[in-house]
Design a protein around this ligand. Structure first.
Ligand code: ADP
Ligand code: ASP
Ligand code: MG
Length: 438
C-alpha cells in the first residue's frame, strides 16, 4: 500500500475560491496518497450558529449539529470540484459517508471508531479523498459534531485509522507559538513541542489545536506538524514525544481562556446534594468545572459554594445556572463573567513551587489580583479580571519566556487549588503552602 498523508485546512485556509485553489496547489505537490480534511469556509460556523440563536436562545442541539455540519459539506464539495478541475482523481465524503462513528452527545461528541475499510477502499480508487472535519454519525444514525475547532481531531483520528505516515495541520499562522501571535507580538515560534505540552496549551485556551487532536496524536503516536497554509514550505512546529520532561522544567507557553466564570451560590440548604446535581447539569451542556470550594452559609444549615467554570454559550450557561438555583433553593447566585484564566504551560512546572510563586509575585507587583489559582503536572492557571488579561500575559511572557531562566524541577506533593478573596488571604495561603513544602 502506498504512503498516506493527512492534510487538514482550517476555515481561513478555505475562506474563498482563491484560497481553495491555493489549497489545490499544496495538495497537487504531495507525493503520497492524501486524506484532506477541511473546515467550513471562513466564519461560516459562527454565521450558522448565529442564525439558530436568532430564533432561539437555547436551540435544540440535534438541530444545531445538523445545521453546523452543512458548513464543512460546502467546503468538501467545492475543494473536490477544484481538485478534479486540475485533473486530480479526488472524491469528497461527509463524516458519516467515510464511517466516522461517534457517541451520541450532540455538540461535543467523541469519535468512537472509524471504518478503516472505507478509507482504504476510497484511497484505492482515488489519489485524494476530501473529508468533512468536525462531524460524525452516532450509532442511531444522527449527525453529530465534535465541538468548536474539532476538525483538527477529525484529521488526527483519520490519520490513526488510515495508518498515515504524517498529519499536517495547515492554519493561518506559522505554527505553535509561545503565546497567541495575533495578539502578542513578542510570541516566539516553537520548532518543536511535546504532545503533553500541546495538550495542556490547547486545554488552557490556545486555539491553534483542538485539545483532543493532541491527545489522539499522543495516543496513536502520530507525527503531527502545525504549519502555515500561506507559507507551505516553512517547516512549522513538529509535535513530538516527551523527551526532556524529567530534566528541566521550563515555561513553554502562556495561554488565555476568556470563556471563564466565577459563580457563588449563597446559602444552599445542606440537605440538597448540590455537587451531584451540578455535575449532571453541567455535563449535559459541556460546562467544565475547574475548581469548587465550599463554606458555611450565613444561616443555620446552609452552605455557600464557589465554582470556577468554563462555558461556551453565555445564554445557555445562564439558563442552567437559573435551573440549578431553582432546584437547590439558594438565596442568591452571583455570576461574574468578567474573568479570564491565564495559564503557564511547561512539562513539570506544576511541581515547581518557585515558578508558581514567581508568577503570583509578578502579577501582584503589577497590582493584578489573582482571584484563584491552581496547578496540575504541567500547568499553572490563575484566574484574574478580564481587564488585566493582556497585561498579565505580557508580564508572564516577559518573566518566563522572553527572559528565560531554567529552573530545576522541585517536586512537591499533589496538584493544588487555592481560591482567595483578598490579597492578604492569598498571601497567607501561599506562605503556608511554601512552609509546607520546605
Ligand atoms: P483554523 O481555522 O486553521 O483551525 P484557528 O483559528 O482555529 O485556525 O487557530 C489558529 C489561531 O490560533 C491563530 O490565528 C492564533 O490567533 C490562535 N492562537 C492562539 N494561541 C496560539 C499559539 N500559542 N500559537 C499559535 N496560534 C495561536
Ligand atoms: N467549523 C468548525 C468551527 O468553526 C470546526 C473547525 O473549524 O475545526 O469550530
Ligand atoms: Mg481550529
Amino acid at each position: 500500500m502506498s504512503k498516506i498523508s493527512v492534510l487538514k485546512f482550517g476555515g481561513t485556509s478555505v475562506k474563498n475560491i482563491g484560497r481553495i485553489n491555493h489549497v489545490v496547489d499544496i495538495v497537487s505537490k504531495q507525493k503520497n496518497k492524501c486524506v484532506v480534511v477541511v473546515s467550513a469556509m471562513g466564519d461560516t460556523t459562527d454565521y450558522l450558529y448565529d442564525l439558530a440563536k436568532r430564533i432561539s436562545a437555547t436551540p435544540n442541539k440535534r438541530e444545531v449539529d445538523l445545521l453546523l455540519s452543512t458548513g464543512e459539506q460546502v467546503s468538501i464539495a467545492l475543494l473536490t470540484i477544484a481538485l478534479q478541475e486540475r485533473g486530480i482523481k479526488a472524491k469528497s465524503f461527509t463524516g458519516a459517508q467515510i464511517g466516522i462513528k461517534t457517541d451520541n452527545i450532540h455538540s461535543c461528541a467523541r469519535i468512537v471508531d472509524i471504518c478503516k475499510g472505507s478509507i482504504r477502499a476510497a484511497l484505492d480508487e482515488h489519489d485524494v479523498i476530501v473529508v468533512a472535519g468536525f462531524q460524525g454519525q452516532s450509532d442511531c444514525g444522527e449527525i453529530t459534531t465534535l465541538g468548536r475547532g474539532g476538525s483538527d481531531t477529525s484529521a488526527v483520528a483519520l490519520a490513526a485509522a488510515a495508518g498515515a505516515d504524517e498529519c499536517h495541520i495547515y492554519t493561518d499562522v506559522d505554527g505553535i507559538f509561545t503565546t497567541d501571535p495575533n495578539k502578542f507580538p513578542q510570541a516566539e515560534l516553537l520548532d518543536t513541542i511535546s504532545y503533553s505540552e500541546t495538550i495542556e496549551l490547547a486545554r488552557a485556551g490556545a486555539q491553534v489545536l483542538h485539545p483532543r487532536a493532541a491527545e489522539l496524536a499522543r495516543d496513536f503516536n502520530i507525527k503531527l506538524r502545525v504549519r502555515n497554509t500561506f507559507k507551505p514550505d516553512n517547516p512549522g512546529t513538529l509535535i513530538t514525544g516527551d523527551s526532556n520532561v524529567e530534566k528541566v522544567c521550563r515555561v513553554k507557553g502562556v495561554a488565555l481562556d476568556s470563556h471563564q466564570a466565577y459563580v457563588s451560590f449563597i446559602d444552599i440548604p445542606w440537605q440538597f446534594s448540590f455537587l451531584t446535581e451540578c455535575e449532571t447539569l453541567f455535563l449535559r451542556d459541556n460546562i467544565i468545572v475547574d475548581s469548587v470550594s465550599q463554606g458555611k452559609g450565613s444561616c443555620e444549615n446552609t452552605r455557600c459554594v464557589q465554582l470556577s467554570l468554563r462555558y461556551s454559550d453565555e445564554a445557555i450557561f445562564r439558563t442552567i445556572l437559573d435551573e440549578l438555583k431553582n432546584q437547590c433553593g439558594a438565596k442568591d447566585v452571583l455570576i461574574d463573567l468578567n474573568v479570564t484564566r491565564v495559564s503557564l504551560v511547561g512539562a513539570g512546572i506544576g511541581n515547581a513551587p518557585e515558578i508558581r510563586s514567581r508568577a503570583i509575585a509578578t502579577l501582584n507587583s503589577a497590582r493584578i489580583e489573582p482571584r484563584l489559582y491552581s496547578s496540575s503536572e504541567s500547568t499553572i492557571s490563575i484566574l484574574i479580571d478580564e481587564a488585566d488579561s493582556s497585561r498579565a500575559t505580557q508580564l508572564l511572557h516577559d518573566q518566563f519566556i522572553s527572559l528565560p531562566e531554567e529552573t530545576e524541577c522541585v517536586a512537591v506533593t499533589s496538584p493544588l487549588t487555592v481560591g482567595a478573596h483578598s490579597s492578604r488571604q492569598l498571601a497567607a495561603a501561599s506562605d503556608s503552602m511554601r512552609a509546607g513544602v520546605s
